[in-house]
Design a protein around this ligand. Sequence first.
Ligand code: UD1
Length: 310
Amino acid sequence: MKAVITGGAGFIGSALGRHLLAQGVDSVQAFDNLNSGHAANLEGTAIGLITGDIRDYEALLAAFADADYVIHLAAIPSVPRSIKEPIPSHDVNINGSFNVFRAAQAQGVKRVVYAASSSAYGDTEILPKVESMQTNPKSPYAAQKLMGEYYASVFSSCFGLQTVSLRFFNVFGPRQDPGSAYSGVLSLFMKALIEGKSPTIFGDGEQSRDFTYVEDVAALVWKAALATGVSGRVFNAGNGNRYTLNQTWEMLQEISGVTLAANYGSPREGDVKHSQADTTLARQALGHDPKFTFQEGLRQTFQWYRASLV
Ligand code: UD1
């Protein structure tokens, strides 16, 4: 059995690749342009690396030959970056995703699991956010990720390609790259702790997120690849809880034993205020069963950064 992970050298992709190998998948290939992914994330594993870009249809066709499953994670994954640089973001996240579905269909892939985003919900009055709610994207990134869902569904209904979309909720864990201003907030918090420098919290820090540990997401992705009767559908991939940034920074200080006051800046454009997944549908239809509490995920992640960041 062969699986190809677009964006497979990123922190989610490399955790997923390890999970698939552990589940007995014979061949796992990471297709990655190494823009935000790193070959080093695959070191010590049997995951193969195909250096390529999802904007290149021919490269995808070649990569997907003989593939049973494609997990499509590749993206320019940032809300603020999509506002600052909407053109590359559109090109990769929409046109690139279209290429992935098209190439998977052409190669007779059994199923594509697509990494959609919780950002599709925007701000809703009601929490947690349920798949049946009206979507309301607040940023180009959110709109692009939602378009990918629509394409996933249409490839299922019009072209006979099996697809499942998972709306990822703020995934975090080891190997998340803190190297850019656009990096995920928890990777930036980890770096700040290790360097002993105050992080910046945008706004009052009372915004909340359903931070989801990468191992739980990897397990769910594989369940979504194998589940029956779910093609064309969309599921939340979250933990089901939410924590404010202020609470999170407090918890991290406790875990690390470092006491450090955060700086506060202006709220970020396009930011959603609160995010929390209703996990009922994913539990029922896919067998979603998150194992990591937020505290446990933070502990594991902090240990990794402490051992890896110098
Ligand atoms: C959003 C999506 C998420 C998607 C991700 C891709 C929502 C609810 N979530 O995450 O599904 O996978 O984009 O990047 O839309 N922040 C700080 N200081 C920092 C950096 C960030 O305070 O240095 C704040 C942000 O303003 C935000 C929160 O931390 O309120 C989380 O930000 P970030 O980690 O960038 O992810 P989202 O934009 O929530």
